[in-house]
Design a protein around this ligand. Structure first.
Ligand code: SF4
Length: 490
């Protein structure tokens, strides 16, 4: 995003506001309260964020060492350290070997790595938690001392963990109700620009750890996995790099995705209910068994998918079917970013209509009945999330002009998080809730405020400085809001 563009300036204004509020906030002892990040994040998720480059590649170790990741290595498919064939520089000295990721530094001993020869070549031990008082070292079976690195409990560009605080009208309800619609809109607009910029930065940082194309592929996969299978999709995208998939013929490519996801395992799979489902699964298996020995992952490292609390159309297997179809039109998607297009959202919508799959347009899962009518592989909300999380964050980096297109995107159907955010900020005033959640950017702005303040608050609003600071926001931003807002004109 061009730092001199109006879009970047609004994002800066929100960032300044956010920092001013946070300067007063009482820090939450993360990892110590119920629902904290340590309880929410699992090891696989931290591994995926690490390997995706979200934490960056330059660090300071627990002993003050300068650490530079030269190569992130490969996901280990078998027992042993999590990543093999990695290369890191420690105080300028190049070391090659494995990397192990744990939630807690003590897990190295608890999991028996200190007595396991398979961990002797570990060059870096990563963790996100450690005891407050005792110093715990990482020793190998051969008495080597492994360099340690404490990672932040969540990657700064990822945002806080996704849990839901209580649903009640917040203390900021009254000051927000006293603000003109244009003022509230200006706040949401700036917050949404800030959110878009962070998404753009995250993809950029991920590009630097891998390649731009691989970062985009992971971003697309995550958007398809939203909400419960975002991490599962990220891991799958990392284990099946996009260039390897594109080099395969479509049947192999699809089988590789479903096999690596663990959906073709011989275990207690749900029996296929129709001859079509049986035939499709057999076809995938016929491709998969040939490549299986080279790419299959040990059950210990299997990806965990969630299909509970999801509508049948959002079943993870169906989303994976959409990803397979999308790879068939991958070059066209890349073109949308690279080439000038008049109506960007319309062009993306047309591209999404070109996605077809004879099985996944009429099935919810590998076992399901055939549906009476076909369904689009990417529904309206899925497409909107793809636009908001990947397509626009990349496009805005290429051209700040895309911001206008972004503000015209209609909102998605409200989900639980959005409903809670609207209730907290606008109370039970349905009209105001509707007015400020009609557009996608408003919803994103609302979610950003919710992430920044509601998720960071542990005092049922009592200590949150957001309500008081709103007065200052109004004073500083009034002139801009008068100039920039055309709330009723859209
Ligand atoms: S925590 Fe802060 S921003 Fe969230 S509802 Fe309460 S007062 Fe409003």
């Amino acid at each position: 995003m061009d730092s001199s563009s109006p879009c970047a300036r609004d994002a800066d204004r929100y960032e300044g506001f956010r920092e001013a509020v946070w300067a007063w906030s009482v820090p939450i002892a993360r990892g110590r309260r119920p629902g904290s990040v340590v309880g929410v994040l699992d090891e696989l998720e931290v591994q995926a964020r690490w390997f995706g480059g979200e934490y960056g590649r330059s660090f300071t170790g627990t002993e003050g060492e300068r650490i530079e990741v030269v190569q992130f290595g490969h996901w280990n498919r078998a027992a042993g350290p999590d990543f093999t064939e990695a290369a890191v520089k420690v105080n300028g000295e190049l070391r090659r070997g494995s990397i192990e990721v744990d939630l807690d530094v003590r897990n190295w001993d608890r999991h028996g790595h200190s007595g396991n020869v398979a961990f002797n070549d570990t060059v870096l031990h990563l963790f996100i938690d450690q005891p407050a008082l005792n110093r715990v070292f990482t020793r190998t079976e051969s008495h080597g001392n492994v360099v340690q690195l404490l990672l932040p409990q969540y990657a700064g560009l990822q945002g806080p963990p996704d849990f839901l605080p209580e649903a009640f009208p917040g203390r900021c309800l009254a000051p927000l109700a006293g603000m003109e619609a244009a003022e509230v809109e200006s706040l949401l607009l700036a917050a949404s620009q800030y959110r878009l910029r962070r998404k753009s930065e995250r993809l950029h940082v991920m590009s630097e750890a891998t390649t731009r194309e691989q970062a985009l592929f992971q971003g697309v996969a995550e958007a398809l996995g939203f909400r419960h299978n975002k991490s599962a999709m990220a891991i799958l995208a990392q284990r099946c790099p996009v260039r390897e998939l594109l080099a395969m013929e479509p049947g192999d490519r699809e089988a590789r995705l479903f096999g690596a996801a663990g959906f073709l395992e011989a275990g207690p799979a749900e029996p296929a209910r129709t001859p079509e489902a049986q035939a499709y699964r057999r076809k995938l298996w016929d491709h998969w068994w040939k490549m299986r020995p080279e790419v299959e992952t040990s059950p210990l490292r299997s990806i965990r998918w969630r299909s509970d609390s999801t509508r049948p159309l959002n079943h993870p297997q169906r989303r994976l079917g959409a990803l397979a179809a999308l790879l068939g039109q991958w070059e066209d998607l890349l073109d949308l970013w690279e080439k000038p297009v008049n109506n960007f959202p319309k062009a993306v919508n047309n591209w999404s209509k070109s996605l077809h799959h004879p099985y996944w347009e009429r099935h919810y899962s590998l076992a399901s009945e055939t549906t009476p009518k076909p369904f689009r592989l990417l529904g309206k909300d899925r497409l909107r999330d793809l636009l908001g999380n990947v397509v626009f964050p990349v496009a805005i980096r290429v051209s700040a002009d895309r911001w206008g297109d972004y503000t015209r995107l209609g909102g998605v159907d409200t989900n639980q998080k959005l409903r809670r955010a609207a209730l907290r900020l606008f109370g039970n005033d349905r009209e105001r809730q509707k007015l400020f959640t009609r557009y996608y950017h408003q919803q994103q702005g609302l979610l950003q405020i919710y992430d920044d303040f509601c998720l960071e608050d542990a005092s049922d609003c009592h200590h949150c400085r957001f309500p008081e600071q709103l007065r200052q926001w109004r004073q500083i931003n009034r002139p801009a809001s008068r100039v920039g807002l055309k709330l009723d004109a859209r």
